[in-house]
Write a protein that binds this ligand. Sequence first.
Ligand code: FES
Ligand SMILES: [Fe+2]
Length: 398
Amino acid sequence: MTQQAVAELIGKQKKGFALDREFYHDEEIFRRDIERIYMKAWLYAGHQSEIPGKGDYFLYSVAGEEVIILRGDDDQVHTLLNVCRHRGSRVCLEAKGSARRLSCPYHGWTYALDGSLIAAAYMKEDFDKSGYGLKKIHHTVFEGMIFINFAEEPSSFSVVEHDLGPYLRPYRLDKAKVARRQSYPVKSNWKLAVENYKECYHCGPAHPEYSKAHSLALPQERWQAEMDALVARMPSCGLKNSMMNHSYATGREFGTDRAYEHYPLLRGHVTGSRDGKPVAPLMGDITGYDGGAHDFKIGPVLYALAYCDLVVLYRFTPTTVDTCDCDITWLVNESAVEGKDYKVDELTWLWDVTTIADKTIIENNQKGVNSRFFEPGPFSTFEAATGRFVDWYLKTIQ
Ligand code: FES
Ligand SMILES: [Fe+2]
């Protein structure tokens, strides 16, 4: 598809309707998605507790671009591109591990943990190693969460710290640890996965487990009544009972979306668990259960569910035009002991079962969208947030 054809296609999308099929399987549009969104936005890479020791690392791949996130000899986080400066081989091949040095498996060029080249055999005498360190990309650590940005000059992350920091502080995510991290590969374009996440029209039919506890599956009037009741009874437990929304940031703030919202849980649930009862010790400085849950968002593709005893981070990453990964990270208080204070199966039950159901409906969606007979239909009143995502997306890739 030519640039002009893409521009014409964008121009003919109807507001309040799903997107045409090309947006979910055309390579040129996918290339734009990567260039204009994923190569510019702040992306969640992982949590600092995943690399506690010097030399610990893990990899994060976005549509073929791969980053090594590691803890250096200086105890700081480093984010290095996994592309050897000799002839371009991947340097690290394991998804995670620990190393004293990074040694390329092809011809043995060896890098220190800060990416500088320290050994390269049989090079000419005038070869200057200092010009051949692994390339670095920008990163920042916010409340223990490591964010990366592929852009040469990324937008400033400070607006996220300023606007969202006070809301997140009580959870003390910098004093949390990963209880489990799980990747769910989905055979769909990444946008179908995000569009599905952004609406709860499907929650009734697809997610009985979620709908039992979460008020976002309710129509607006019933949700408001539940919310009013929650606010009236909400005990002081250290959490903010207010909302903040700077989603779909554009211009100089592109890729720094930040939002936080509060909503009631139903039927006596105090957390997102099988029976509604706590599944882990309270997070951070939180002093009790408020009967609600919180959502937050950082950047365009990281969504989180914050309960009083666990925080679930939900990330969408494209792998190819018609495949993506949904990665879930479950965080608990760092002092919690597995087996004693929490059981991983119970902690992860709700969002595991919900994500497996989502994977099926999203993949079925992709199959239908691939049909030459697919014609986009209108969004319901329950899909307003999906509509806002689509509007932002179309503006972004123009
Ligand atoms: S490509 Fe890495 S040492 Fe040759
Ligand atoms: Fe869902």
